[in-house]
Design a binder for this molecule. Structure first.
Ligand code: IMP
Length: 179
């Protein structure tokens, strides 16, 4: 699998540093709030697991699954909820955790959804931000790292469901997309 990567953009060490910093910031923010931490499947899985372990406070976790890309590298524009959370968010402090904010369409849809459910607060933590690609004017409250306008894989991020298990974030060789 490693031989398919052209460039490493974010090393494992840089990921670990970003997670530790975010964990400290979120611990300070949520110390007395017992937040409901909601991961957006599937790309968030490794980040979510590392992030909650870096937070030293009482919290609950849940997951939501949305589709936005299919198997292409471009957003389709339509965002559908495939699996909703099981928890009641009424009066809760919600922290949405994303792998990457790209066009912003997924985040916009999720913010609309949770705003209508009576949460006490809704904030967003994204491992990666790709600001050059933004179509919708939304931004995460907590961001691990910014990446340039390239399609990235690894640490949860996929191309055709592969490469999520890479321990770093990189760019694929062009021939991989062409196959
Ligand atoms: P958005 O709705 O365009 O902001 O995209 C959100 C989702 O698209 C993310 O949660 C990812 O699952 C996927 N995505 C966006 N950019 C990339 C990328 O560079 N690599 C892999 N997946 C991506």
């Amino acid at each position: 699998m490693n031989q398919d990567i052209a460039t490493i953009l974010v090393t494992t060490e840089q990921i670990n540093d970003a997670v530790a910093r975010l964990g400290q910031e979120l611990t300070a923010e949520y110390r007395d709030k017992n937040p409901l931490v909601i991961g957006v499947l599937r790309g968030v899985a490794p980040f979510m697991i590392d992030l909650v372990r870096a937070m030293d406070c009482y919290l609950e976790i849940d997951f939501i699954d949305v589709s936005s890309y299919g198997d292409a590298t471009e957003s389709s524009g339509a965002v559908t909820v495939l699996k909703d959370i099981d928890s009641d968010v009424t009066g809760r402090h919600v922290l949405l955790v994303e792998d990457i904010v790209d066009t912003g369409r997924t985040l916009e849809k999720l913010l609309e959804l949770f705003a209508g459910r009576g949460a006490a607060s809704v904030k967003v933590c994204s491992l990666l931000d790709k600001p050059e690609r933004r179509i919708v004017n939304v931004t995460a409250d907590y961001i691990g790292l910014s990446v340039p306008n390239e399609f990235v894989v690894g640490y949860g991020l996929d191309f055709r469901q592969q490469y999520r298990n890479l321990p770093y974030i990189g760019v694929l060789k062009p021939e991989i997309y062409q196959n």
